[in-house]
Design a protein around this ligand. Structure first.
Ligand code: UT7
Length: 324
């Protein structure tokens, strides 16, 4: 297989925003948020914690674990939709910060599925150019694009970054396969516009301004169905059974989505890594942050089969399988 993750890292902003803090900002309460989402706290970035800085810090930790120097990095992909600039990309800022002078770099926007899409891209690059080292980062500061007066969304999201270093190894470890999907026809159920070139007419009747808009219940239903289908298709294609899976690391959006998914897949909660209670939904950062935490907690052993899955705006969704 070949495209092996040889190091992981993550970085969370310092400020913790609790459900009790939110009670003072919008009409909500801790009990409602915990029972409907599983979230207790989330991290919110402040000065000096822009997306590229969180991404850089996560990258440095992943490189340290991988024992890779900046000069050895050939490609940097940052999955994000909240870079502090549209141009240059967040990835170019990371390149500058870490001094990866031999790398080329770009951002990939697939909303909450961004890390999975980037992993797929990285794995294919590694298989074609077997001497390449690739840094993949998922990083977001959605707090800057959240309407803090909208209780439908402001309780859900948080900031953070996670990173993984990929390198070719001539053995049976690495990315086994992926199944990725998009459906742009459903864009109005979850979107965030920031571009002056966005025609306001297409946003009628609910122009949310520069903030995220989400039809929560619809997104919820689509997320469960879509991830279930993607995972089942991938397992069938790769001839892997649910019992073969050592750990599932899903996108962390809502504990109820995850519980429904576990039940439909027949996978027990002990095999699912969950940290949504601490960080909320960090979009493209959620899988790599969870991957890094699972890795540093010693939950990933060589040879383990790891299942990733995600769902997000676009819609974008998919699943990935790794042999650790
Ligand atoms: O990363 C992928 C993108 N996002 C997602 O995956 C999120 C998917 N959706 C969800 O997680 C859930 O739909 C939410 C957590 C957003 C909402 O949960 P829900 O169970 O679907 O609640 P709801 O929207 O059906 O609202 C139920 C009630 C409503 O009151 P009424 O009409 O029953 O009186 C809402 O007005 O809860 C009310 N409500 C709240 N109450 C207290 C909505 N938000 C809040 C709130 N606090 N923050």
């Amino acid at each position: 297989m070949g495209a092996v993750i040889i190091g992981t890292g993550s970085c969370l902003p310092k400020r913790v925003l609790s459900n009790h803090d939110l009670e003072k900002m919008v009409e909500t309460n801790d009990e409602w948020i915990r029972s409907r989402t599983g979230i207790s706290t989330r991290r919110i970035s402040g000065a000096g914690e822009e997306t590229y800085r969180l991404a850089t810090s996560a990258a440095r930790k992943a490189m340290e674990m991988a024992q890779v120097t900046a000069d050895e990095i050939d490609l940097i992909i940052v999955a994000t939709m909240t870079s502090h600039m549209v141009m240059p990309s967040c990835a170019c800022f990371v390149q500058k910060e870490i001094g990866a002078n031999n790398a080329f770099a770009w951002d990939l926007n697939a909303a909450c599925s961004g890390f999975l899409y980037s992993l797929d891209t990285a794995a294919k690059h590694v298989l074609v150019d077997q001497d390449k080292t690739i840094l993949v980062i998922g990083a977001e500061t959605l707090s800057s694009r959240t309407n803090w007066e909208d209780r439908n969304t402001c309780i859900l999201f948080g900031d953070g970054a996670g990173a993984a270093v990929f390198r070719y190894e001539d053995n049976d470890r690495g990315v086994i396969g992926t199944q990725l999907f998009s459906d742009g026809s459903l864009w109005k159920l979850l979107y965030l516009h920031s571009s002056p070139s966005c025609n306001p007419e297409i946003l009628q009747p609910d122009n949310p301004g520069p903030y995220m808009l989400m039809a929560g219940q619809e997104v919820f239903k689509h997320a469960v169905r879509a991830m279930e289908k993607a995972v089942k298709k991938l397992l069938e294609k790769e001839n892997v059974s649910v019992d073969d899976i050592s750990l599932m690391i899903p996108h962390q959006a809502n504990i109820r989505i995850l519980k429904k998914l576990m039940s439909r897949l027949g996978i027990s909660q002990e095999k699912v890594f969950i940290n949504v209670q601490k960080y909320g939904n960090t979009s493209a950062a959620s899988i790599p942050i969870a991957l890094d935490e699972a890795n540093r907690e010693g939950l990933l052993k060589k040879g383990d089969i790891v299942l990733l899955c995600s769902f997000g705006g676009g819609f974008t969704w998919g699943a990935g399988l790794l042999k650790w």
